[in-house]
Design a protein around this ligand. Sequence first.
Ligand code: NAD
Length: 420
Amino acid sequence: MLATVTAEKNAYQVALENFELAANALELDDNVRAMIKYPERVLEVAVPVRMDTGRIVRYQGCRVQHNTARGPAKGGIRFHPNVTVDEVKALATWMTWKCAVVNIPFGGGKGGVTCSPKEMSIGEIERLTRRYTSAILPLIGPDQDIPAPDVYTTPQIMAWIMDTYSMTKGYPIPGVVTGKPVGLGGSLGRNEATGRGVFYTIGSSCEHLGIPLKGARVVVQGFGNAGSIAAHLLDSNQAYVIAVSDSRGCIFNHHGLDIPKVMMHKERTGTVVGFPGSEAITPEELLGLDCEILIPAALENAVTEENAHTVRARIVAEAANGPVTTEADRILDAKGVFLIPDILCNAGGVTVSYFEWVQDEQHLFWEAQDVYNRLERVMKTAFQEVLRIHLDRRTTMRTAANMLGVGRVADATKLRGLYP
Ligand code: NAD
């Protein structure tokens, strides 16, 4: 059984408990557990920033490298008022297993600054980013630790990180960070990578379960980057996206929504609400719609023990990180719902980040179709590997994914002789 976040239990404790569950299933010995359970490095930094008023505000930041047995640390930087060191440690831990699940040669890292970017000017955010980059400079680098965007950090912010780092060396080093604008060494296809990866794992799930994608009814909670791209690809492949939502509301049309037009409507108005020809429904109604595929693509803890029994989907695809709680996992499992766990389902983003890093290191850039083809191979291979463990070990898809990730890191640790 997997642990989940509650008021009493923080995300890091959950990450540690989930590690133990996978380690027990793998019968890992104590020496290996001791080597891979906890972060290798945790750097806490002060980030003083001169605000537009002239006042200096001291922000608190950190960078965590959880594990580098398989390669340099990789993981996003989060600018959010709720960032804590424990949250960043948890996210770094999950990155380690996620990179291992898709078998890319990276370890897990994560960083964050506790701040409210929505209340800051562009100039203040740039100064914060540059000061934070200087503060974590001893840890990052294309061969050491490669940051990326996360909540409230954008391609522009990645460009400032690249510039600040490069200034200390005296020449451009694009490989220090991924998720950059394409004009600065970013990869084609990075922006849509997570949604595309979600689409590939849904395709593989449908094949496994014998559900035709053509005509399948899809519901998407959270019509942002990951959710809207997945919806668009499913729509283009003749599935019916019957409902989508964002933080402002939910829309429904049982004949299927015209997704490109919903995207344009959101672009124009800032929300999916009010899309012509759609019916407004409540978030509770959206989760309980009769459909083949439900994609929670917004926030964590969206499907809980309170609402899991209303879910009628046959497949739940976790585009978001941690959208289904442990209790909900159990309820969905008992109902026979097929879950695509987050560390597999949304790993398309880090996979194309890896492709970006490879292109930067080689100074050789790929066409978009190359990126899509390689991403498809990676996601489909990872899906089959997780599915095999799920079937052979008669375990949930979530435990199977954790076993694959933890197992690969354990193997690398043993091969390197990194344990006594
Ligand atoms: P985003 O900000 O582009 O989109 C999030 C969407 O969710 C927005 O449309 C927002 O309005 C909506 N939303 C917020 N609260 C909601 C609610 N209560 N009900 C319905 N909708 C709500 O973010 P994103 O990049 O698409 O990320 C979404 C999730 O996917 C996050 O959990 C993120 O960690 C995860 N993820 C994203 C990536 C990536 O590359 N974008 C990679 C891995 C994981």
